[in-house]
Design a protein around this ligand. Structure first.
Ligand SMILES: [Zn+2]
Ligand SMILES: [Zn+2]
Length: 109
């Protein structure tokens, strides 16, 4: 028997997987890590960033496109079809206020 997963933030048992909330119009489905709904709301408030393309909210634990801005600064954008950006060669994963699993997509010749 598998015990139900435990929230990584507060230790509460989480019975619903994935955790699903809506934050500022963005739907968030979180499979990994396991975080309960109240904690996910808190994480969104603390660690959300803004899309460099449309200005919308990008909650933590989302897949993002990455643009190289001025002075080597990285800007993140949505990967949704409603917010498509030309020339985004990098994809990453927005974690707790920073990029995780930053991947460069190889250009095909
Ligand atoms: Zn929690
Ligand atoms: Zn956007």
């Amino acid at each position: 028997m598998n015990p139900s997963p435990v929230c990584q933030e507060c230790g509460t048992r989480v019975n619903t997987a994935p955790t699903m909330i809506e934050y500022l119009g963005e739907e968030i489905y979180l499979f990994d890590p396991v975080v309960c709904e109240p904690c996910l709301h808190k994480l969104c408030k603390r660690y959300s960033t803004y899309c460099a393309n449309c200005g919308g909210c990008i909650p933590p634990y989302s897949q993002v496109g990455v643009l190289k801005g001025d002075a080597g600064q990285k800007q993140v954008v949505h990967t949704t079809t409603s917010c498509t950006t030309a020339g985004s060669a990098f994809y990453g994963y927005w974690g707790k206020g920073q990029l995780r699993n930053f991947i460069q997509i190889e250009a095909c010749n």
